[in-house]
Design a protein around this ligand. Structure first.
Ligand code: ADP
Length: 411
């Protein structure tokens, strides 16, 4: 109700008034003086025991002179704690000197930057230029640091101004995003190139036939028409594979929920291949028993995975050699394994085989009707089904592609 000083003044006034009345009532002056001294002493004891009020944060600024320095956010004990939890690098700067950095900034720029001029801490021309601006335009804007800290990388830098001459600099790594963008545009360029090649052949042969104006003999016409047919089918297969890969990519984060039997899916894929006119179909050796292999999956996608791996073995294995398809249970998992006896793949190519349009031998892939997308599709389907893809190969001997899937407990 009263503040500490007012309470003391009121207590002393009451003692004085009581002493005056005691004197007027004819009290003993010595007793009155002793009682007054005791009262004053009691008031002082109570006053000193009262708690000192905390400064009011909201009114504190108002009571300070306008030019009094505000408390520093950078020196607040919670600041370092918060900054270290941030994954991206950040630097606290006062008067252009780096005063505090988080762990991520230390990893990026080194511990020596604490105490250094911020323009030497972030060594990049665009950063130096931006940080040297004194007109305030550098604040709250994002700038690109190309080739920072190494060639080919890109970071962005943003400055958040605090009070006085303090600021926080945020650095964000954009290199991965850029790589994803590049992959997307490379993919469009590659797909267009793949489509343009057969299209150019089709247009060329149609034009030649038109120019011949019906004068072409039957064998020539037949030859040209079969080239047109082959190239049109190549385009058709490419469009089918492009649609598949975009569908599979779109489903990437949706776990399959249907109960399916992998053994039945593989059997039906083999039956389809055996029904085709492919002369290699007779070389398929099936090592499957009647045991169902229950798993959570997308039937069409698993069928496509099996089809791509088996047809690769048929394409790249030597003609007349077996293409062996097995399902091997391993605890609570099952492994689909397809082996061929072909030229095999050199070890340096193995990690890149699942990249879109990557081929070991482009001419060979084209001659057997490959699109370069088969194993990329296999990889995506396998990942969606929590499968593990393994490609083992020995030059001159052959290749084994296997995918291991977790089994479901019930179908
Ligand atoms: P493609 O349509 O060209 O067959 P894939 O993505 O299915 O494309 O395979 C990529 C490349 O991997 C193929 O071009 C081929 O060079 C190589 N490859 C795939 N499977 C085999 C295999 N069983 N034996 C040898 N090489 C293979």
């Amino acid at each position: 109700m009263f503040d500490r000083l007012s309470s003391l003044i009121i207590a002393l006034t009451l003692i004085a008034v009581a002493a005056i009345f005691a004197g007027m009532a004819g009290g003993d002056p010595l007793s009155i003086i002793l009682l007054m001294l005791a009262g004053i002493a009691a008031s002082l004891v109570v006053h000193s025991a009262l708690p000192t009020p905390l400064p009011d944060a909201r009114t504190d600024g108002l009571t300070q002179p306008a030019d009094a320095p505000l408390p520093s956010l950078l020196r607040h004990p919670d600041f370092a704690h918060w900054a270290d939890q941030e994954k991206e690098p950040l630097l606290g700067v006062a008067d252009n000197v780096v005063t505090i950095v988080n762990d991520a900034a230390v990893r990026l720029l080194g511990r020596h930057i604490v105490g250094a001029d911020v323009r030497t801490a972030i060594r990049h021309p665009a950063a130096t230029d931006w940080l040297s601006r004194t007109d305030g335009s550098a604040e709250a804007q994002t700038i690109n640091l190309m080739d920072f800290p190494r060639p080919g990388q890109r970071w962005t830098m943003r400055i958040a101004a605090l009070s006085g001459s303090e600021s926080i600099i945020f650095l964000v790594d954009r290199s991965l995003l850029d790589a994803a963008d590049r992959m997307r545009s490379d993919f469009v360029a590659n797909a267009s190139h793949e489509l343009r090649t057969p299209l150019a052949a089709i247009l060329g042969y149609v034009e030649t036939l038109q120019d011949m104006n019906g004068e072409a003999d039957a064998p020539t016409r037949h030859r040209f028409l079969s080239i047109i047919d082959r190239e049109a089918r190549r385009m058709q297969q490419l469009v089918i594979d492009l649609l598949s890969i975009s569908r599979v990519e779109a489903d990437r984060f949706r776990r399959p929920t249907a109960h399916v039997d992998l053994a039945a899916i593989v059997r039906s894929t083999i039956a389809q291949l055996q029904d085709s006119e492919n002369p290699r179909a007779k070389d398929i050796v099936v090592r499957l028993d009647d045991t169902p292999q229950p798993m959570l999956g997308d039937e069409a996608q698993l069928g496509q995975l099996a089809h791509n791996v088996i047809s690769n073995a048929m394409k790249y294995g030597r003609s007349g050699t077996p293409v062996t398809v097995e399902l091997l249970p391993a605890g609570n998992r099952v492994r689909l394994s397809v082996s061929d006896e072909g030229d095999g793949i050199a070890p340096d190519h193995l990690p890149r085989l699942t990249e879109r349009f990557y081929r070991v031998d482009e001419a060979r892939s084209r001659s057997v009707g490959g699109t370069g997308l088969g194993l990329a599709i296999v990889k995506h389907i396998s990942e969606r089904h929590q499968g593990q893809l393994a490609i083992e190969s020995e030059l001159g001997k052959g290749t084994r592609v296997s995918v291991t899937f977790p089994l479901a407990t019930e179908v």
